[in-house]
Design a protein around this ligand. Sequence first.
Ligand SMILES: [Zn+2]
Length: 710
Amino acid sequence: MKPLFLLLAIFLGLSACDKPTQSSGEDHSVAATTEKPASIDGDSETTDKPDSADDDFVWTPERFADVQIIRYQIPGFDELKPRQKALVYYLVQAGLAGRDILWDQNYRHNLSIRRALEAIMSGEQGSGDEWDALSTYARRVFFSNGIHHHYAGDKFIPGFTKDYFLDLLEAASGELNADAVAAMFDPGLDNKKVSQDATGDLVKDSATNYYDPDITDTEVTAFYAAMEHNDASRPTLLGLNSKVVRLEDGSLAEKRWKVDGMYGEAIAEIITWLEKAVTVAENQAQGDALKLLIEYYKTGSLETWDQYNIAWVTATEGDVDYIQSFIEVYQDPKGYKGAYESIVQIKDFEASRRMQKVANDAQWFEDHSTIDPAHKKDKVVGISYNVVSVAGESGDASPSTPIGVNLPNSNWIRAEHGSKSVSLGNIVNAYGHASDPGLLAEFAHDEEEILLNEEHKELAGKLRTALHEVIGHASGKLEPGVGTPKETLKNYSSPLEEARADLVALYFLMDPKLVEMGLIPSLDVGKAAYDSFILNGLMLQLRRIESGNTIEQAHMRNRQMVAAWVYEKGLAKSDDTFIDSSEAETKDAISKVNLEGKTYFEINDYEKVRSLFGELLKEVQRIKSQGDYQAGQDLIETYGVQVDQDIHQQVLDRSEPLNIPPYGGFINPKLTPVLNEAGEMIDVTVSYPTDFVQQMLEYGRDHSFLPDYN
Ligand SMILES: [Zn+2]
């Protein structure tokens, strides 16, 4: 399942379902319903404290190009038992051991280019424009795990000359072969990481290293079509862990990524750390899964990969979990090859308790929802949704990281054994701290809104996520005989489903019940959530769209549809009893205010807005329950697609001087073992490095096991 990525700039109004990447992806909510309930154990009360109490913590130490570097904390780490900390440490080390693999997967010259840049950046820092350009180039390459942009996929253009680079390299006693130098400087060579241009050859035109350079799309299609699944109802993920190469006789073959195959040097290191992890596993199921992962790395068998995934997805006890191996296939133009990644997680005890509390009252929420009684579930069970804290990331998940992950990717395993869906809570939190307060200062209507937001945005965001996931996606039922939303609502099913979940969350965020449950101190939290949702839906999210374009992305369509519908229905002039137009502005539930050529949206009547959210929720649920394609299409097309050109231009013009980088990525915390006199690990300490380049150089020095292949 595609991980959920977050563009830094649009964090306001964030939902954990957000997937700012272009492909619409798959509705995670379906899979999440099959997830096993998270266990809440006795350790939880020890971590019930704010995870960001340290006001001095520098969240954003550095910016370059279009990137903001962010740091994250690991709340709850000190509450883990020493044995659990050791497990986390071993898993993080295993993750780092495979880091080189992703570099080579991204492009065949990446490792050698990285080493050249490491040599230069390790030495004395230069000065002048050309040095600055090179230093920025190196940072961008480190950030992207290669010489192509991590998101857009375009090759970076060096802002310095080849001679300058080669002189520095020589002075640093580094070296780089001629092909790799050409790859860096020749703009006509491998300039797209993953080609999207279907008029060309998607395989040949992509720079990723999953196929030998001269292999074509047609050849790959034929190659895999000829491979038969032994069990069509439980297919293995063909091609997941191999590179396709051309043999001397011209035919194609797979080079497996396994301990005695390709990437074997790095995989051997991964195995070493995983074997240590097995010795401190929290329980039998977790240990058994780790053993199967080791087995997979040894044999490369895709049947073992499936067995491992079944063991992993059913190992739900314990406070430590992880994602490790060749997982997501989005960097392969053919969608077969898994990019190496590692995410090590510990349970976010505080958030888990919040989710549990909400889930325990799932029936109350269903009973008090605004949806038609005929569309309510008689017996609703809250969807288990896990929030975890990341303890370390590597490969495809670092420095740019997802904010949520839903695995495994095999549909039949998901159907038969369930899936794990997690939100990376401390990453989301760090993004929140990193977002530029200047954005709110520019777009918020007044000081009160800013203060409300600053005081409550963290809790508002967390609770909105909890309600959206646990209650929103779990609520409601279809009328008898109506097909699934994918069948009836087709391309509108995804934005409508997200709208439904958002609306459930928004409706209840202003409910006194939440105060009664002890989830929020006052309804001000709900007000902050409303302010931020409306601002984002009507203005801020337009920053992601180029001038003149309409909204394509499903989640953006959902947000604008909801915000624009509520704005329009809340206008006083649509009220029959209203007479005097000069009073219109103050009687609007949400008013559009123009001050000195700038537009602002101000909520005048939160209760009215709440009832409108409720009204729209009822309608969206009706559309889903009855499979009313026409009504769904009308809602989305009328309110979610077209962009107000004047407001759009304003948003672009007013945010441009703020110069907020569109992408964010993270420096990992550093885990250090504490040894006793006998050399045994008795504890692990966490520190938070501040220097991005230093961490990259350290990783290159201490966690690099693959040779230069080119
Ligand atoms: Zn959702």
